[in-house]
Design a protein around this ligand. Structure first.
Ligand code: FES
Length: 163
Protein backbone atom coordinates (compact mmCIF):
# COMPACT_ATOMS: atom_id res chain seq x y z
CA UNK A 1 0.00 0.00 0.00
CA UNK A 2 2.83 2.36 0.92
CA UNK A 3 4.43 1.81 -2.50
CA UNK A 4 1.14 2.54 -4.25
CA UNK A 5 0.86 5.78 -2.33
CA UNK A 6 4.42 6.75 -3.19
CA UNK A 7 3.76 6.10 -6.89
CA UNK A 8 0.51 8.06 -6.71
CA UNK A 9 2.18 10.98 -4.90
CA UNK A 10 4.96 11.09 -7.49
CA UNK A 11 2.44 11.16 -10.32
CA UNK A 12 0.41 13.84 -8.56
CA UNK A 13 3.51 15.98 -7.89
CA UNK A 14 4.53 15.77 -11.57
CA UNK A 15 1.06 16.52 -12.85
CA UNK A 16 0.51 19.46 -10.51
CA UNK A 17 4.03 20.75 -11.19
CA UNK A 18 3.44 20.74 -14.95
CA UNK A 19 0.28 22.87 -14.66
CA UNK A 20 0.79 25.06 -11.60
CA UNK A 21 1.97 28.09 -13.59
CA UNK A 22 -0.99 27.99 -15.98
CA UNK A 23 -3.34 30.96 -15.44
CA UNK A 24 -6.27 29.76 -13.29
CA UNK A 25 -4.36 26.54 -12.69
CA UNK A 26 -6.72 24.90 -10.19
CA UNK A 27 -9.42 23.75 -12.61
CA UNK A 28 -7.01 22.39 -15.25
CA UNK A 29 -5.15 20.54 -12.47
CA UNK A 30 -8.35 19.00 -11.10
CA UNK A 31 -9.48 17.94 -14.59
CA UNK A 32 -6.13 16.29 -15.33
CA UNK A 33 -6.11 14.45 -12.00
CA UNK A 34 -9.63 13.15 -12.53
CA UNK A 35 -8.75 12.07 -16.08
CA UNK A 36 -5.74 10.21 -14.75
CA UNK A 37 -7.27 8.51 -11.68
CA UNK A 38 -11.02 8.61 -12.35
CA UNK A 39 -11.44 10.81 -9.25
CA UNK A 40 -9.53 13.35 -7.17
CA UNK A 41 -7.83 11.41 -4.35
CA UNK A 42 -7.61 13.01 -0.89
CA UNK A 43 -3.84 12.83 -1.20
CA UNK A 44 -3.96 15.34 -4.06
CA UNK A 45 -5.38 18.16 -1.95
CA UNK A 46 -2.28 19.07 0.11
CA UNK A 47 -0.08 18.69 -2.98
CA UNK A 48 -2.27 21.10 -4.95
CA UNK A 49 -2.58 23.51 -2.01
CA UNK A 50 1.19 23.64 -1.56
CA UNK A 51 1.82 24.26 -5.26
CA UNK A 52 -0.83 26.97 -5.59
CA UNK A 53 -0.14 28.54 -2.19
CA UNK A 54 -3.67 28.15 -0.89
CA UNK A 55 -5.30 25.94 1.75
CA UNK A 56 -6.67 22.43 1.33
CA UNK A 57 -10.05 23.91 2.34
CA UNK A 58 -9.85 26.22 -0.70
CA UNK A 59 -9.18 23.24 -2.98
CA UNK A 60 -11.94 21.22 -1.34
CA UNK A 61 -14.36 24.12 -1.76
CA UNK A 62 -13.79 24.21 -5.52
CA UNK A 63 -14.14 20.42 -5.83
CA UNK A 64 -17.44 20.49 -3.93
CA UNK A 65 -18.74 23.39 -6.01
CA UNK A 66 -18.45 21.52 -9.31
CA UNK A 67 -20.64 18.40 -9.62
CA UNK A 68 -18.21 17.04 -12.17
CA UNK A 69 -15.46 16.28 -9.66
CA UNK A 70 -15.46 13.13 -7.51
CA UNK A 71 -13.53 12.56 -4.29
CA UNK A 72 -13.95 8.80 -4.27
CA UNK A 73 -13.14 6.09 -6.74
CA UNK A 74 -16.08 5.51 -9.13
CA UNK A 75 -17.54 2.12 -9.96
CA UNK A 76 -16.57 0.30 -13.13
CA UNK A 77 -19.55 1.86 -14.94
CA UNK A 78 -20.67 5.44 -14.50
CA UNK A 79 -24.42 5.93 -15.04
CA UNK A 80 -25.74 9.48 -15.27
CA UNK A 81 -29.49 9.99 -15.13
CA UNK A 82 -30.94 13.21 -16.54
CA UNK A 83 -33.18 15.04 -14.06
CA UNK A 84 -33.90 18.14 -16.13
CA UNK A 85 -37.35 19.33 -17.12
CA UNK A 86 -37.82 17.83 -20.58
CA UNK A 87 -36.87 14.37 -19.35
CA UNK A 88 -39.09 14.85 -16.29
CA UNK A 89 -42.00 15.50 -18.65
CA UNK A 90 -41.25 12.21 -20.38
CA UNK A 91 -41.25 10.02 -17.26
CA UNK A 92 -37.78 10.53 -15.80
CA UNK A 93 -39.01 10.55 -12.19
CA UNK A 94 -40.44 7.06 -12.44
CA UNK A 95 -37.34 5.91 -14.31
CA UNK A 96 -35.07 7.39 -11.65
CA UNK A 97 -37.02 5.58 -8.92
CA UNK A 98 -36.54 2.28 -10.72
CA UNK A 99 -32.80 2.88 -11.24
CA UNK A 100 -32.25 3.58 -7.54
CA UNK A 101 -34.28 0.55 -6.50
CA UNK A 102 -32.58 -1.76 -8.97
CA UNK A 103 -29.06 -0.69 -7.96
CA UNK A 104 -30.02 -0.15 -4.32
CA UNK A 105 -28.10 3.13 -4.17
CA UNK A 106 -28.80 6.85 -4.43
CA UNK A 107 -27.05 9.57 -6.43
CA UNK A 108 -23.32 9.96 -5.81
CA UNK A 109 -23.10 6.41 -4.50
CA UNK A 110 -21.45 3.25 -5.79
CA UNK A 111 -22.89 -0.26 -5.58
CA UNK A 112 -21.30 -2.57 -3.00
CA UNK A 113 -19.74 -4.72 -5.75
CA UNK A 114 -18.05 -1.65 -7.26
CA UNK A 115 -19.84 -2.08 -10.60
CA UNK A 116 -21.96 1.08 -10.82
CA UNK A 117 -21.75 4.69 -9.73
CA UNK A 118 -24.90 6.75 -10.09
CA UNK A 119 -24.88 10.48 -10.80
CA UNK A 120 -27.56 13.05 -11.51
CA UNK A 121 -27.10 15.34 -14.51
CA UNK A 122 -29.20 18.22 -15.76
CA UNK A 123 -29.64 17.84 -19.52
CA UNK A 124 -27.62 15.67 -21.85
CA UNK A 125 -28.78 17.51 -24.99
CA UNK A 126 -31.09 14.62 -25.79
CA UNK A 127 -34.33 16.21 -24.62
CA UNK A 128 -36.67 15.09 -27.43
CA UNK A 129 -36.04 11.41 -26.78
CA UNK A 130 -35.82 11.26 -22.98
CA UNK A 131 -35.74 9.93 -20.39
CA UNK A 132 -32.01 10.06 -21.06
CA UNK A 133 -29.15 8.24 -19.44
CA UNK A 134 -25.42 8.52 -20.15
CA UNK A 135 -23.35 5.38 -19.71
CA UNK A 136 -19.70 6.15 -20.21
CA UNK A 137 -19.62 8.11 -23.47
CA UNK A 138 -22.96 6.96 -24.89
CA UNK A 139 -26.23 8.73 -24.35
CA UNK A 140 -29.20 6.37 -24.32
CA UNK A 141 -32.72 7.48 -25.25
CA UNK A 142 -36.26 6.54 -24.20
CA UNK A 143 -35.08 4.82 -21.07
CA UNK A 144 -37.54 2.81 -19.01
CA UNK A 145 -37.36 0.03 -16.44
CA UNK A 146 -37.03 -2.81 -18.95
CA UNK A 147 -34.33 -1.08 -20.99
CA UNK A 148 -32.41 -0.25 -17.84
CA UNK A 149 -32.56 -3.83 -16.55
CA UNK A 150 -31.26 -5.04 -19.92
CA UNK A 151 -28.42 -2.51 -19.80
CA UNK A 152 -27.41 -3.64 -16.31
CA UNK A 153 -27.51 -7.26 -17.42
CA UNK A 154 -25.39 -6.53 -20.51
CA UNK A 155 -22.81 -4.62 -18.48
CA UNK A 156 -22.47 -7.29 -15.81
CA UNK A 157 -22.57 -10.40 -18.00
CA UNK A 158 -19.18 -11.73 -18.89
CA UNK A 159 -18.80 -13.86 -21.97
CA UNK A 160 -16.92 -17.11 -21.58
CA UNK A 161 -14.89 -17.98 -24.61
CA UNK A 162 -14.58 -21.69 -25.17
CA UNK A 163 -11.70 -22.95 -27.23
S1 FES B 1 -33.71 17.38 -20.35
FE1 FES B 1 -32.87 15.39 -20.33
S2 FES B 1 -31.59 15.42 -22.06
FE2 FES B 1 -32.31 17.45 -21.97
Amino acid sequence: MEDNHTVMDTTLEQLVGSLKDTPGALLPILHRIQEQFGYVPDRALPIIARALRCTTADVHGVISFYHHFRLSQPGRHLLEVCRAEACQARGAREFERHVKEKLNIGFDQTTADGEFTLKAVYCLGNCATGPSLRQGKRVLSRMNSARFDKLVEDLTTYKLELK
